[in-house]
Design a protein around this ligand. Structure first.
Ligand SMILES: Nc1ncnc2c1ncn2[C@@H]1O[C@H](COP(=O)(O)OP(=O)(O)O)[C@@H](O)[C@H]1O
Ligand SMILES: [Mg+2]
Ligand SMILES: [Zn+2]
Length: 517
């Protein structure tokens, strides 16, 4: 009996687990016996591996071959294991020197013609291999830039099985494997300081709307969720889209985390393997629940909008038009910062820590002036209440906008601050927050859990007076108080106050209740 072993990675959500792939050649009926994969995946993998080996000009070992994947209990979806299976099999048949594939982790799907095809989730797969102490990983060439983002791992990329075999046999590569001139290196994506092109958006494009611009600044500084209500054409969409221009670039660890999610989703921008700017994701109101929070029944679970917006912004324009189920599905990720999807084979986890921005017209007819509204009063009232109370409770900043006046539209241009100026203040405020939170796991005021907030960050009695009064009157709930305190700290950080002043709390109260001053 001859034995050979390779390794691959099984992905569950964004978590990867190293899988051992063992091939044994024994006497018995010629054929390929695969163990440790679910039935459907098993048959498909066998057909692909067999065709790819034939079409790469290799001899098929005319003996009994068994390939096992361990541990059998791990969920193994998709076609990630093809290359590892083919190489283990050929090594057991002594067509590849077994020493050459010792310790190798191989990731990739085989085409019937022997091509190694790109797969989703290469970044988290290589991260998992690195964390498990593996030093060399083989990936499809199309995924090379993404794989090379992982420090401490040697990445070998291959475009065909034929090319990979030449490499393992120490032979010169076949002509189709000549290095690709257009391939981009990982350094392209590492320019952490550069702002991604947000297609020329700038806060200075918005005239008037001082309160709304201030709310955007507070949201950017503290990671607070935001709700804009107001008549059509008053600038809600315009404002929301400019929030991304106020956010600092992602820290290195967040950038990898975000990129891993987009790698699994297959939404990485080509040629820019590392996502360095906070994502801005705006699903249409026809989005299904699965599109919003993730799921799917295919071979691979897909992250939803809440995860594609991880460490960035999730913008729901025309929020009441979303079906109730979709909006309510946001509550769990808002509370926990991640989504868990359970299937028979196990539970997948996707991070989902985002800033939620909602925009809504006051009624479904979307008349620009109230006098033109044709909606019955009941319909008007019910429209905004489609955004449920429990969801609104989680939104720190609520604003009712009026259209900018004609004078503002005409003359305010020279006073309008640019995104760069505001982003500078946001950065300073975030640095103050980080200094205060230095020995904690939280990075922004919005992340501080209620009990910690009350224990460690309660301002003095004088500052708290307005909030205490609101509690007494019953216009503020205990949960509401936590939200107000978090925003008050962000306002204080923006103003450079050591702790919230009475005015900071007053401002936070106003933004929380959504009442106009
Ligand atoms: N305050 C403003 N400053 C500059 N342009 C504005 C402003 N408000 C509205 N506009 C103009 O009106 C258009 C519609 O704005 P939009 O953001 O789509 O409104 P809403 O989403 O509230 O319906 C914008 O594209 C912009 O040209
Ligand atoms: Mg709009
Ligand atoms: Zn109406």
């Amino acid at each position: 009996m001859t034995l050979a072993k390779t390794r691959s990675v099984s992905l569950v959500g964004v978590d990867g687990f190293v899988v051992d792939v063992e091939a044994a050649i024994t006497s018995g009926m010629p054929g390929l016996h695969l163990v440790g994969l679910p039935d459907a995946a098993l048959n498909e993998a066998r057909d692909r591996v067999r065709a790819a080996i034939f079409n790469s000009g290799e001899d098929w070992p005319n003996r009994h071959v068994t390939v096992s994947l361990f541990p059998a209990s791990l969920p193994k979806r998709g076609s990630t294991f093809d290359v590892a299976i083919a190489i283990a099999l050929l090594a057991a048949a002594e067509a590849v020197p077994p020493r050459a594939c010792e310790g190798l982790v191989l990731i990739g799907e085989l085409g019937l013609d022997g091509r190694i095809r790109p797969i989703p989730g290469v970044l988290p797969a290589v991260l998992a291999a690195a964390n498990a102490g593996c030093r060399t990983v083989v990936v499809p060439r199309a995924n090379a830039a993404e794989a090379e983002l992982v420090p401490g791992v040697q990445v070998i990329c291959a475009a065909t099985l034929r090319g990979l075999l030449c490499l393992l046999r120490d032979e010169p590569p076949p002509p189709e494997e000549e290095p690709d001139e257009t391939a981009t290196g990982p350094m392209d994506g590492l320019a952490l300081g550069n702002r991604q092109d947000t297609s020329g958006l700038d806060l200075a494009d918005v005239r008037g709307q001082a309160e709304a611009r201030r709310a955007l600044e507070i949201s950017a500084a503290g990671g607070h969720h935001l709700f804009f209500a107001g008549p059509p054409g008053c600038g809600k969409t315009m404002l929301a889209e400019r929030l991304q221009t106020l956010l600092p670039p992602l820290e290195a660890d967040s950038a990898l985390e975000v990129t891993a999610i987009h790698s699994v989703a297959g939404t990485l921008p080509p040629g820019r393997p590392l996502i360095v700017q906070p994502p801005f994701y705006a699903p249409h109101h026809t989005a299904t629940r699965a599109a919003m929070v993730g799921g799917g029944s295919g071979r691979l679970l897909k992250p939803g909008a809440v995860s594609l917006a991880h460490r960035g912004i999730l913008f729901l324009d025309e929020a009441p038009e979303f079906t109730g189920g979709t909006l309510d599905a946001l509550r769990q990720p808002l509370e926990e910062g991640e989504v868990r999807i359970s299937r028979a084979e196990g539970t997948a986890r996707f991070p989902a820590r985002f800033t939620l921005v909602l925009a809504a017209n006051p009624c479904p007819c979307a008349a620009a002036k109230q006098v033109d509204c044709s909606c019955a009063p009941g319909i008007r009232r019910r429209y905004l209440s489609r955004i449920s109370g429990p969801l609104l409770d989680r939104i720190d900043l609520k604003l009712e906008l009026s259209p900018a006046s004609r004078a503002e539209l005409r003359y305010d241009l020279e006073f309008a601050e640019t995104s760069d100026v505001v982003a500078e203040r946001v950065l300073l405020a975030r640095e103050r927050t980080l200094k205060r939170l230095v020995d904690t796991p939280w990075r922004s005021n919005s992340e501080i859990p209620g009990p910690e907030l009350r224990r460690r960050f309660t301002p003095g009695a004088e500052a708290m007076k307005a909030a205490d009064d609101a509690l007494q009157r019953g216009t503020l709930s205990a949960r509401g108080l936590d939200r107000v305190l978090r925003v008050a700290w962000t306002i204080a950080d923006l103003a450079g106050h050591e702790e919230p002043h009475p005015d900071d709390i007053g401002g936070a109260l106003m933004l929380w209740s959504g009442r106009r001053p």
